[in-house]
Design a protein around this ligand. Structure first.
Ligand code: UD1
Length: 375
């Protein structure tokens, strides 16, 4: 049966807002629950203006059992998106990340257990970060799933992987849901916990639950002034402020950049399709793009002649390559990414041009440097 009243935790955030808008448009009744973290939102008093009017607004923290209990009133489906997001920051603000993500997730789960008779579907936001490195192939040894690059190698500025067995260079290949999970940051560990905890509780109580492993999301509304968000927003904000994007390593590291509207498509499929239940899915485009390419594309679209600056240093916890194998979500749910990078970037830039992003990247870099997290 189709759910009627949907709770979206983190519903005022980047993905949450797009999802809420889509759900409202489809005629669902939506309750947005969000603590409006100032690092993401700046200072907002009252109801966030970017939320659709028809959505119900409730300010609250996922760690607060009483607030969460109130948020569950009358709800029959839940998207749990509320989390602290910032890989670099999670490596020093460890208590904060474990507190918000792990304890927050646990608080929401206990509410799901209490309301299990009425909740028909739970969708939890997982992340590609839980893979750590993506999948690779060695021309002689076949598919391999390497762990982190050794520090000694990175200090020599050898960024690419070589095969542990035969020393040949490895080639990055699509990462499927079966790849072993080797999270390389506290953020990623908390996301893996989310995924596993939600699926275990869902299965144990018979509450249909789905975990979506989002790849690197970009698009309008991504917090421009938060130095810990995705690289597309960070670079846009730098460029707008007349600063060159600062690119780690040699810029050839690659990611699967997915437009936020395709993430929403994945969320809606997970909500509506019973075939999604008790399963994890990659949500990406299946195409890799290098970070340098992203910097150049953004510069071109903004009409800026600022060359990206390669800093030949690495950020602790960073992986080299990871892009999605999306055959499972295509086959099981009929997912099809609709927005290519060119169109997606145009959409991001159209929005960015009218924003005032405060570039806090230098402060964030200094923070990471001070703690030895950029080498
Ligand atoms: C991480 C998480 C991902 C999460 C995202 C949110 C991993 C493997 N993935 O992605 O799940 O959704 O953060 O932020 O942990 N870069 C620069 N200059 C910058 C900023 C970033 O060169 O100013 C580079 C990074 O070194 C990295 C790439 O851009 O190689 C992507 O960085 P980022 O956007 O932070 O995302 P991930 O670390 O891939």
């Amino acid at each position: 049966m189709k759910p009627h009243k949907i709770l979206v935790t983190g519903g005022a955030g980047f993905v949450g807002t797009h999802l809420t808008r889509a759900l409202v448009e489809k005629g669902f009744s939506v309750r947005v629950f969000d603590n409006l973290d100032p690092q993401v939102h700046g200072i907002i008093k009252g109801r966030p203006p970017h939320l659709p009017r028809r959505a119900e607004w409730m300010k609250g923290d996922v760690r607060d059992p009483r607030a969460v209990e109130k948020a569950f009133n009358g709800v029959d489906a839940v998207f749990h998106l509320g989390a602290a997001v910032g890989v670099g920051q999670s490596m020093y603000a460890i208590r904060h990340y474990v507190d918000v993500n792990s304890l927050g997730g646990a608080t929401v789960l206990e509410a799901i257990v209490r309301h299990r008779k009425q909740v028909k579907k739970v969708v939890v936001a997982s992340s590609m970060s839980i893979y750590g490195e993506g999948a690779y192939r060695c021309s002689s040894c076949g598919p391999v799933a390497p762990h982190m690059r050794p520090l000694a190698q990175l200090k020599k500025k050898q960024w690419e992987f070589v095969c542990e067995n035969c020393g040949r260079s490895l080639r990055s290949i699509p990462t499927s849901e079966n790849k072993p999970l080797y999270p390389t940051s506290i953020y990623a560990i908390t996301k893996r916990d989310h995924e596993e905890e939600f699926l275990v509780v869902g299965e144990s109580y018979g509450v249909p639950t789905v975990a979506l492993r989002f790849f690197n999301i970009y698009g309008p509304l991504q917090a421009l002034s938060n130095p810990y968000t995705g690289v597309a927003a960070i670079f846009s904000s730098r460029l707008l402020n007349g600063q060159p994007p600062l690119v780690f390593e040699d810029g050839r590291q690659s990611r699967d950049f997915i437009h936020v509207s395709d993430i929403v498509q994945g969320c809606l499929l997970a909500l509506m399709k019973p075939a999604a239940n008790y399963t994890v899915f990659n949500v990406g485009t299946g195409r890799p793009t290098s970070v340098l390419q992203m910097a150049e594309l953004l510069g071109d679209h903004l009409g800026m002649r600022l060359q990206p600056k390669l800093i030949h240093k690495f950020r602790a916890g960073d992986i080299r390559h990871c892009y999605a194998d999306i055959s499972k979500i295509k086959r099981r749910l009929g997912f099809k990414p609709r927005v290519n990078l060119k169109t997606g970037i145009r959409d991001l830039i159209d929005w960015v041009r009218n924003q005032k992003g405060i570039d806090r990247v230098d402060t964030a870099f200094a923070e990471l440097h001070k703690r030895g997290l950029v080498k």
